[in-house]
Structures are given as C-alpha cells and as structure tokens.
Design a protein around this ligand. Structure first.
Ligand SMILES: Nc1nc2c(ncn2[C@@H]2O[C@H](COP(=O)(O)OP(=O)(O)OP(=O)(O)O)[C@@H](O)[C@H]2O)c(=O)[nH]1
Ligand SMILES: [Mg+2]
Length: 304
C-alpha cells in the first residue's frame, strides 16, 4: 500500500488497461473521470444519481493508456426499473477490468460506502480515491480516515485527491497505471471516449436539466436525440426531453420558454466545446408517463 507518490512507469515499459470507477452516488466519480481524461466526457451535477449509463473515458499519457469506465452511483434506496438498470451497470462494469477505482469522500467514510465495498471481488486490485480533499481542513482527521480505510481492505493505494481542483489526479493515475498489465496502447491518442457524439449530445442536455431544474424534476426526465446531422463543421441536432408529468413539461419549458432556452444554450455551448465545432440544437419536450418503470421503453433508450 502507498499514499500518493507519483512515479511514472519505468522507461521502455508501456502499460495499458481498463479501470472501473465505482462508488456511492455523488462522491465525484464523473468529475474525477473528466479530470483524468482532460475533457468533459461524463456529465456531472451536485445532485445524486446524475450518471445513468457506463461511459468510457480514455487517458493517454507517456508510459500508460488507461480506459476508465464511469458508472452510476451504486445505491439501494430506490428500486424502479431505471435504478435497477443503473445498479446492473455497476455490477457489469466490475467484470473484465484490470483494476477498480473506488471513490469515497475525504470528509468521512459513510455506511453507504460499505455496500459498494462489499460488491468488489475479493481478488480485484482496488485503488481508493478519497475525493473532495479540498473540503478537509483537519489534517489529523484525514490521517485517521486513511488508517481506518486501510483496515477495511488491502487497497493497492490510498490517494487523497480533489477532482474539482485537479489535485493529485496525476498521482492517482500513476498508481492506477501500476495496477494494469504491460501492453501497447489500444486507442489512438485523440480517442477520449467510446461513446458516440449522439450519446454525448443527449447527455449534455440531461446535464443541464440536472443543473438547472429543481430537486425532483430531473429524475423524471430522459433525453433522446431524434436527429443528428453533420454538414461540414456544423452539427444539426434535434433532441426530445421526455418528462413524467404534464406539470413537469411546463417547468422544463418555463415562463415564455425561458428555461428551455437556457437549457438549450448551455447544452449547445458544452457540445461545441466537446465536439470542437458549431452546433445548431433544437429541443422538444414530451410527456411519457411512467417511463422510468417501463422496461420496454428503457430498452429502447439503451438501458440493458
Ligand atoms: N469540493 C469538491 N467538490 C467536488 C469534487 N469533485 C466533485 N465535486 C462535486 O461533487 C458533485 C458530484 O459530482 P459528480 O462527479 O457528478 O459525482 P458522481 O459520483 O459522478 O455522481 P453520480 O453520477 O450521481 O453517482 C458535483 O457538485 C461536483 O462538482 C472535489 O474534488 N471537491
Ligand atoms: Mg456520475
């Protein structure tokens, strides 16, 4: 076990592998993935359960290429079909990876972290990231948390990080690189995700719904891209926001359409930054009652 020391792979040796990022909701898994990759490939918000599908982000650095699988936060509180599909994504992501990055908050171990820890295969190589260390003022508390975490499992490394401030992210990547096998890079240096732009576009709309709407409504929304056309450097995208109730439709649209306009503008800015080209985005809002508990609809929308 080691705390954050940032040694690069020995010269001449290249490592390559897959790392699943897991943890309870809202600990900063997606923010950490984006910091590791250096691009906003996975959406984030201050609300729990933002991520719904696995998203792979690829980090290419001298000596190592790591494919990170971001996953939904593992939780046992809600049990509709969508939540069950989200937990299945977590279990699936744990199979066939070279290492696991378990994320907890540096402000303290939570009993909900135990549920996640219990799912990790006993033989897996697990690195523990204690994220949001920027919020910890008491160094002694952090030291005793590190000791307590070390007693819970034989972690390959324990690394206090701040995904948001970019603190110790390279050191964390170096620890993870040690956990994956030697091998050549499997992706080109410009490849940063396995997900198509169509998926990323829908996700960026969903991110703005999570960030801009109240506490309840985002959980009843889903986004489907109906049309995605590229004309030179311009992408023309039509997407539908599905909501669970009529009253939610009115909230998403807002007075004089102001809310929908803001969601559209912010999503478009995010897409233009990620895709590196101009985007024309048109959004529609439709009601589909009970979609989050409808297995058939969920399958149509890409949940397995
Ligand atoms: N202060 C602080 N906040 C952070 C840090 N990393 C993430 N956050 C915040 O924590 C919140 C949750 O971040 P996400 O990356 O969406 O968390 P997640 O674990 O992917 O959440 P789910 O997908 O919902 O499970 C956001 O408001 C982030 O800005 C950090 O290092 N420091
Ligand atoms: Mg997430």
């Amino acid at each position: 076990m080691a705390t954050s020391s940032a040694a690069a792979a020995p010269s001449g040796e290249h490592r390559s592998g897959t790392v699943a990022i897991v943890g309870r909701p809202n600990v900063g898994k997606s923010t950490l993935l984006n910091a590791l990759v250096g691009a906003h490939v996975s959406i984030t918000s201050r609300k729990a359960q933002t991520t719904r599908n696995r998203v792979v982000g690829i980090r290419t650095a001298p000596g190592a290429q790591l494919s990170f699988v971001d996953t939904p936060g593992f939780q046992t509180r809600y049990a509709n079909a969508l939540n069950k599909a989200m937990n299945r994504e977590v279990s699936r992501a744990l199979a066939d990876v070279d290492a696991i990055l378990l994320v907890v908050e540096a402000t303290g171990w939570d009993e909900r972290d135990d549920a996640m820890l219990g799912l990790l295969p006993p033989a897996a190589r697990v690195v523990l990231a204690l994220n949001k260390v920027d919020r910890v003022k008491d160094r002694h508390a952090l030291a005793s948390l590190l000791a307590a975490c070390g007693a819970r499992r034989d972690f390959a490394a324990l690394v206090p990080v701040s995904a948001e401030k970019g603190r110790a992210v390279d050191a964390l990547a170096a620890e993870l690189a040690r956990c994956v096998p030697e091998g050549p890079p499997l992706h080109g240096p410009d490849e940063i995700t396995d997900r198509p732009e169509r998926f990323l576009a829908a996700e960026l709309v969903r991110e703005k719904l999570f960030r801009l709407l109240g506490e309840e409504i985002p959980y009843g929304t889903a986004v489907v891209v109906d049309q995605f056309e590229q004309e030179g450097a311009l992408r023309r995208i039509h997407a539908t926001v599905f909501v669970d109730r009529d009253s939610h439709r009115a909230m998403v649209i807002g007075a004089r359409g102001e809310m929908l306009k803001r969601i559209g503008t912010e999503a478009r800015v995010g897409m233009e930054a990620l895709f590196g080209g101009k985007v024309y985005l048109e959004l529609f809002v439709k009601v589909k009652r009970g979609w989050a508990d409808d297995e058939r609809v969920l399958r149509d929308w890409g949940f397995e």
